[in-house]
Design a protein around this ligand. Structure first.
Ligand code: AMP
Ligand code: ZN
Length: 474
């Protein structure tokens, strides 16, 4: 049974997509997931990527368990920060946000984060914002000040259930124009904001302006899913006010529950304080790649800690990540080199099945990734012991590779393909193969082996047969 810690109830709950329990996983409807994505006003830092990697593990694990997923991550391409950034450079909002959106997608690829089903843009969901605002207005929850529209918290008695704020602390009738503010200062928030004459704006029924940050996510969710969604995720800093405000707008507008499970990821820290752009204590992914750290180590390190625990980032930890990864590479390489035929010993078979059980059981429990990775390394130790007793047969090696591949559909760091510009083209691979063949025919075995190792290093495996040499990517 899959269980998640729901921020709404502050409890571990059985995960039931669609809200109705079924006899087997394949009877469930696709799991609808919405993850708050980046605000594209600069480069995302690896703290952001810790949260995006958590989203990746979540969707990969649900698929591993047999669910189908329908997952969205938005791109916040209009808010206080993006507008300010574009104005400072004297370029259009679109030009400014496209630049950072493109880099963001490249970084996701480099970290082997899967493609999600939808990447909605706030600026493409204005029609849904219009619908929400009209509905709220018809319920007398909207008021105007100048050309801005505000949500009246004091008229909505269910406000505050996610962050469990004290309703008495609500400062009735006082407003906030900025997108972000603190819990001890709860005020009415802007749904729609006045724009300066030279600023980009949009027209909705209640006037010209631009969206407040919170309504963007409510609108994109409505536009894509049209009713209650299963999972909403984000970093813990979004619980208040962002997610609280999303709930208020959506539930008041549509009179149905907004989200079934709220999952929030803890922060990545540096010297024990939150990594953030405003503090300047951040690394981008490219900062680390330029220092020579592989993207694979970054992926591994950022996902080793449980998503609800804070994690302190250091370059030393990142360097240390290479050691466990090479332990995995070594056993994979032993497997790829195992050629003798023979049966699969019970010890191998049993260890494979216990690894799968332990891995699944850990992740079932609120995505206990550190437990799951721990089980993987225990199994690597055991596979090495078995191998040292007597080397693997080809059949054993294949079954070990098979379980690693299965597990890697969740982890994504075992058979990680470094997105290097130095990746070999098909022609280059063929050239290496023919050089290796000549070396073999001249009985230069060392040279032949070193070419095979060089290719293996780049994830290319050679298979010799009487018809010649074929290659494949691992
Ligand atoms: P932003 O681009 O600032 O809107 O943030 C994108 C996502 O990254 C949000 O879900 C944030 O909660 C999350 N986030 C921001 N800083 C950190 C951090 N230091 N560690 C983990 N997640 C973060
Ligand atoms: Zn959001």
């Amino acid at each position: 049974m899959v269980k998640f810690y729901n921020t709404m109830s502050r409890k571990l709950e059985e995960f039931i997509p669609g809200g109705v329990k079924k006899d087997s996983i394949d009877e469930y409807p696709p799991v609808s997931i919405y993850s708050c994505g980046p605000t594209v006003y600069g480069l995302a830092h690896i703290g952001n990527f810790r949260t995006f990697l958590f989203n990746d593990i979540l969707r990969r694990f649900l698929k591993f368990r047999g669910f189908t997923v329908n997952h969205s991550m938005n791109i916040t391409d209009v808010d206080d920060k993006t507008i300010k950034g574009a104005a400072a450079e004297g370029i259009s909002l679109k030009e400014y946000t496209t630049r950072f959106t493109d880099i963001f997608f490249e970084d996701l690829k480099k970290l082997n984060i899967e493609d999600f089903e939808h990447y909605p843009r706030a600026t493409e969901s204005i029609d849904s914002m219009n619908d929400i605002i009209n509905r709220l207005n018809s319920k007398d929850l909207v008021y105007r000040d100048g050309n801005s529209l505000y949500f009246s918290i004091s008229k909505y008695d269910k406000y505050g259930k996610l962050s469990r704020i004290d309703p008495d602390a609500i400062k009735s009738g006082t407003r906030y124009d900025t997108d972000e503010y603190h819990k001890d200062d709860i005020r009415d928030f802007a749904l729609w904001k006045e724009v300066e004459p030279d600023e980009q704006g949009w027209d909705i029924d209640m006037g010209h302006g631009r969206p407040g940050w919170h309504i963007e996510c409510s609108a994109m969710i409505r536009k894509i899913y049209n009713s209650t969604i299963d999972i909403h995720t984000g970093g813990v800093d979004l619980v208040f006010p962002h997610h609280e405000n999303e709930i208020a707008q959506s539930e008041a507008a549509y009179d149905e529950p907004f989200v079934r499970y709220w999952l929030h990821a803890e922060h990545l820290l540096v010297d024990n304080s939150k990594m953030s752009k405003s503090k300047g204590n951040f690394f981008t992914l490219n900062d680390l790649l330029e220092k020579g750290y592989p993207a694979r180590s970054v992926r591994y390190l950022l996902m080793t800690a449980h998503y609800r625990k804070q994690f302190n980032f250091t370059l030393e930890n990142l360097e240390n990540a290479e050691q466990p990864l090479s332990r995995i590479d070594n056993i994979v390489e032993l497997c790829l080199r195992s050629k003798k035929t023979g049966p699969v010993r019970p010890a191998v078979k049993d260890r494979i099945s216990s690894l799968l059980d332990e891995f699944t059981t850990s992740l079932n429990h609120d995505l206990n990734i550190s437990g799951a990775i721990g089980h993987l390394f225990e199994a690597v130790t055991d596979f090495n012991k078995i191998y040292n007793e007597d080397s693997f047969s080809k059949e054993e090696a294949e079954s070990v590779i098979e379980v690693f591949k299965k597990i890697d559909t969740v982890l994504g760091f075992i058979f990680f393909k470094e997105k290097k510009s130095s990746q070999l083209s098909d022609e280059e691979i063929e050239t290496y193969i023919s050089r290796r063949n000549s070396a073999k025919s001249e009985k230069k075995w060392d040279e032949a082996d070193s070419i095979r190792d060089l290719l293996l290093d780049k994830g290319i495996v050679l298979e010799d047969s009487k018809d010649g040499t074929r290659w494949k990517m691992v």
